[in-house]
Design a protein around this ligand. Sequence first.
Ligand SMILES: [Zn+2]
Length: 165
Amino acid sequence: MSPSGTSTDKTDEAFLEELVTLCDEVITQGFPELTTTTIYLDLKDDDDGSIQVEAYEDGDYLITFRRLFKQAPPTVLHGGLAHEMSHIVRDTRRRKKRPSSEQLFLQRYDHDLAYTKRYERRIDREALRRGFGKEIYAINHYLQTLGIPQQGISIQELEHYKPAA
Ligand SMILES: [Zn+2]
């Protein structure tokens, strides 16, 4: 990682453009059902999590990255996007199937750590099934290196997806 404030720092615009391209790549590679879904991208500075996805009432989505991801290699960003797109796919399915229990889901997700962990592991598995093994390894390893807690599958369990040095 390069120190911040150097001339190698990307502008927000350049990084967002890169993310749009990476987003298209992830959809083409493993999420064909999201081809017609509108996904907005944004950046944030605060340290509340790492990458987040929000659903709008009209079916559009917003994925927000912390600015520190400007330094991340494309494989890490692919992994982060594949994880968030797995959220989109599964969350859409859940809301359709059980709209009445959405409040209960959010309640549990926010307050029951064991439940959150189970859910986040399920999300990682969805991405793995879609062929994003080395990318999920890359993002989870990156978060661990930065000391950002992540609730998904541990890098020890993902060892066999680790690229050969
Ligand atoms: Zn997640």
